[in-house]
Design a protein around this ligand. Sequence first.
Ligand code: NDP
Length: 398
Amino acid sequence: MAKVLIIGAGGVGTVVAYKCAANPEVFTEIVLASRTRSKCDAVKKAIGSDRITTDSVDADSVEQLVELFNRHKPELVINVALPYQDLTIMDACLECGVNYLDTANYEPRDEAHFEYSWQWAYREKFEKAGLTAILGCGFDPGVSGVFTAYAAKHYFSEMTTLDIVDCNAGNHGKAFATNFNPEINIREITQNGRYYQDGEWITTGPLEIHKPLTYPNIGPRESYLLYHEELESLVKNFPSIRRARFWMTFGQEYLTHLRVIQNIGMARIDEIDYNGTKIVPLQFLKAVLPNPQDLGENYHGETSIGCRIAGLDKDGKPLTYYIYNNCSHEEAYRETGMQAVSYTTGVPAMIGAMMCLTGKWKRPGVWNVEEFDPDPFMEQLGKQGLPWHEVINSDLEV
Ligand code: NDP
């Protein structure tokens, strides 16, 4: 049916490639391109599909991207490189007439700053070009937005509070490792917290607010309030929401390491001079930390990510609603060789691409996932390996 180009051959890119290969009726041809071609070749070999072609590209260069797009002529690009490349890839899509999908909002390299404004500014250009751009289509952002849209469509007349809860109760046996790109991960967690309340954004210290929340099949875990990018689009697209927050679990050991990393200056993102060479401490740290792609083999336990929503049901009566997915690290590894954090990001990215290519989520412009019909996406989610569950009128604990 269509040719897709995946950019990025990390943990998430590997899962996207597996899942596209597993859905040949939609993805008839798959191109996997990244900075290091040998990584793409290794993924192709592991999957063993003759529908995968590999290539290399520096996605910071619009010129190289345009050459790549002209060489392969894909209908859609799935961008699972790093958030720094979002704008160059969007520019190249406009130049070559290619649809676009990503899993993380653009971030400038020199400032850990999370907002959609840079990408929303492309709306008119994509509209005029007749192209679809789908932003933030991993799990969170991604499924978290689809879950919220599904709740609004089927359960609520008015949603008043939204709490997105993200627990990784897995154990990879390492003293310290991040579950996705360490540079992006540490930038996100060491930021101030922020949440939405009655039309305003309230800033907290990094990880200042925390409480235990109970996760299905896992139990209570200390959960920390973070700022997360989907809050920005969700309160805009569902204006009845009066309070929106995001919570993530961390173990004490992880937090202690993180504190030390910050205290000794290794989380810095500015350039320093080291023996005449310019290095960014956080990028250097990434080079010595375990590669998230290699964590899968010994990873045990589950992730549990969901939305806890309160408001009024379709008849105007008070309602609480909790919708979540639990994903096993072992099962994700058995299927794709990657752990559950890469898996829960890569599967929704593939489904978003499927939605676009089958015309269900195809609309010229730049969109966040909750602006599309959630039903066809939800139908695929369970089938593609991420079954979801609902709990009605339980104590949301938030
Ligand atoms: P990795 O670091 O494992 O992989 C990133 C890949 O992108 C690598 O193959 C890397 O190449 C490639 N890359 C980096 N820079 C360039 C460049 N300039 N040109 C071409 N390729 C490049 O990251 P992950 O797979 O863990 O994460 C991928 C994306 O998914 C990130 O944007 C992350 O923020 C997002 N994410 C989203 C989540 C969600 O739920 N929405 C959750 C987790 C992640 P090389 O190997 O040569 O370095």
